[in-house]
Ligand binder design. Structure first.
Ligand code: FNR
Length: 186
């Protein structure tokens, strides 16, 4: 019997009709019950600036750091901006990484999923996120990889997945992630 694990889901897009958010929500729906997934909003985090990293940093930074500190794992869902990760997601990663020596991320098992209306499935963004995870010392699930191309055609009007094969893949991905989180749990 696996214990229940809390997972923060970070979505690297702020727009209302974001495909990335729809994809993340679909993954939350097919995840095994041992994972308790919650989207943590990152759109209102002030841009990282070392000058305000004082004894009294912005409340939204502190709140975010505490929320990440309290979870057992992280799922990064990212679109691709100019072959890399969007600034909003990089900012969240940066905010959670400080103060130096006290990163909220350290040791938390994670996985990355990327998507794009294009054919390449945001491969560049996916690996740009992974590059950060190395330095943050977060064990990142290697396989299966998830680069979801053609994302614009995968949802119905209500935002539900309309692609059974993708749904099957995402179900398998989340099962593997649950095992990964368990393996790296404290
Ligand atoms: C894009 N888009 C994009 N797509 C891609 O596959 N590779 C890329 O490098 C880029 N670059 C890029 C830069 C900027 C500034 C924007 C606004 C967009 C297109 C992008 O995949 C598309 O807008 C998605 O719909 C964004 O994801 P959400 O918002 O639907 O989750």
């Amino acid at each position: 019997m696996m214990a229940t694990r809390k997972i923060a889901v970070l979505v690297g897009s702020l727009r209302k009709e974001s495909f990335t958010r729809k994809l993340a929500k679909s993954m939350m729906l097919v995840a095994p019950p041992t994972l308790e997934l919650e989207i943590v909003n990152i759109g209102e985090l002030p841009m990282y600036n070392q000058d305000i990293e004082t004894d009294n940093p912005p409340a939204r930074w502190t709140e975010f750091r505490e929320r990440i500190g309290a979870v057992d794992g992280v799922l990064f869902a990212t679109p691709e901006y100019n072959r890399s990760l969007p600034a909003v997601l990089k900012n969240a990663i940066d905010v959670g990484s400080r103060p130096y020596g006290h990163a909220a991320w350290t040791g938390k098992p994670c996985a990355v999923v990327s998507c794009s209306p294009g054919a390449l499935g945001a491969f560049g963004a996916n690996h740009a996120v992974r590059q950060c995870l190395v330095f943050l010392n977060m064990p990142c699930m290697q396989m299966p990889e998830a680069y979801i191309g053609g994302i614009a055609g995968k949802f119905d009007e209500a935002g539900n997945l309309n692609d059974e094969s993708l749904k099957g893949f995402l179900t398998q991905f989340m099962e593997c992630f649950a095992t990964w989180v368990e393996r790296h749990a404290d």
